[in-house]
Design a protein around this ligand. Structure first.
Ligand SMILES: Nc1ncnc2c1ncn2[C@@H]1O[C@H](COP(=O)(O)OP(=O)(O)O)[C@@H](O)[C@H]1O
Ligand SMILES: Cc1ncc(COP(=O)(O)OP(=O)(O)O)c(N)n1
Length: 267
């Protein structure tokens, strides 16, 4: 039998191909993971920002999840844009019995400044979804929302990663420093150890979809059987190459390049 590692993304769309489900599926494919997707919202967006969004109905989201879960085994799944409490609740219900690593990209606000989730659903995410995760991957702003603390320094990031695990019950927390001023340093706290993943900052504005691609790469490596610190280390190499060879397409912040790992021979 031809058994292939498989992963599922539960997220919103990006018709311009840089973020959301489209970025996730490209990443899965590049990393030799069979990719599946459940659409939560259809978003009209491009490199310049978000123009509109329509959310899928709760029954349709549950039905999509049921269709995939009842048919095809997968070894990791991630969530991206979960726009409101009703959608979060539907996803929570359908994934609650799964014994499969859950990687959450707690998408809240895009780089271009558009809010992708309802204000009142942040507390729901923190209380009900975080404890289900194997890993959550907040950027600085999302870390501030989750913890209620201001993040200014690498020490603040490290402290927040620990707080997200110990106080809010996430399996592990990867606090991403893409929006800090200096090097691109991320901290992973897995409940026991703090791991640091650091690269030089690449001078580019083409960072549309970095968080989506990074969390999808982590899910892909987990689906191949890598343990968290190794999966994150490999995904960090993948996203760094993808940013370094990003595409200057569109009139705004261009997308990352999911096949850059081939150029840089990231294994
Ligand atoms: N200019 C950059 N140069 C190198 N790495 C970057 C750059 N911007 C972001 N990253 C990295 O990309 C990943 C995504 O982080 P971040 O941009 O903070 O997330 P998000 O897209 O969710 O806002 C992280 O590993 C971060 O360190
Ligand atoms: C549908 C959808 N989901 C998530 C995002 C946010 O993507 P992210 O990787 O955080 O990068 P930016 O787009 O914020 O640069 C999105 N835009 N759309």
């Amino acid at each position: 039998m031809n058994q292939v590692p498989a992963a599922l993304t539960i997220a919103g769309t990006d018709p311009s191909g840089g973020a959301g489900v489209q970025a996730d599926l490209k990443t899965f494919q590049e990393l030799k993971t069979y990719g599946m997707s459940v659409i939560t919202s259809v978003v009209a967006q491009n490199t310049t920002g978000v123009q509109d969004a329509e959310h899928m109905s709760v029954p349709m989201i549950k039905q999509q999840l049921g269709s995939v879960i009842s048919d095809i085994p997968f070894q990791a799944f991630k969530t991206g844009m979960l726009a409101n409490i009703e959608i979060m609740d539907a996803v929570a219900e359908k994934i609650s019995g799964l014994d499969i690593p859950y990687i959450m990209d707690p998408v809240m606000v895009t780089t271009s400044g558009h809010t992708l989730i309802a204000e009142d659903s942040r507390a729901y995410l923190r209380k009900n979804l975080l404890p289900m995760t194997a890993l959550v991957t907040p950027n600085i702003l999302e870390t501030e929302v989750i913890t209620g603390e201001t993040i200014k320094t690498p020490e603040d990031m490290q402290q927040a990663a620990k707080q997200i695990v110990h106080q809010f019950g996430a399996g592990a927390a990867l606090v991403k420093g893409g929006h800090m001023a200096d090097e691109a340093v991320d901290f992973l706290y897995d409940g026991e150890k703090l791991h640091t993943f650091s690269t030089e900052r690449i001078d580019t504005t083409n960072t549309h979809g970095t968080g989506c691609t990074y969390s999808a790469a982590i899910a892909a490596y987990v689906s191949h059987g890598y343990k968290l610190p190794d999966a994150v280390r490999k995904a960090k190499d993948f996203i760094t190459a993808a940013i370094r060879h990003s595409f200057s397409v569109g009139q705004g912040s261009g997308p990352t390049n999911q096949w850059a790992h081939r150029i840089e021979r990231v294994k």
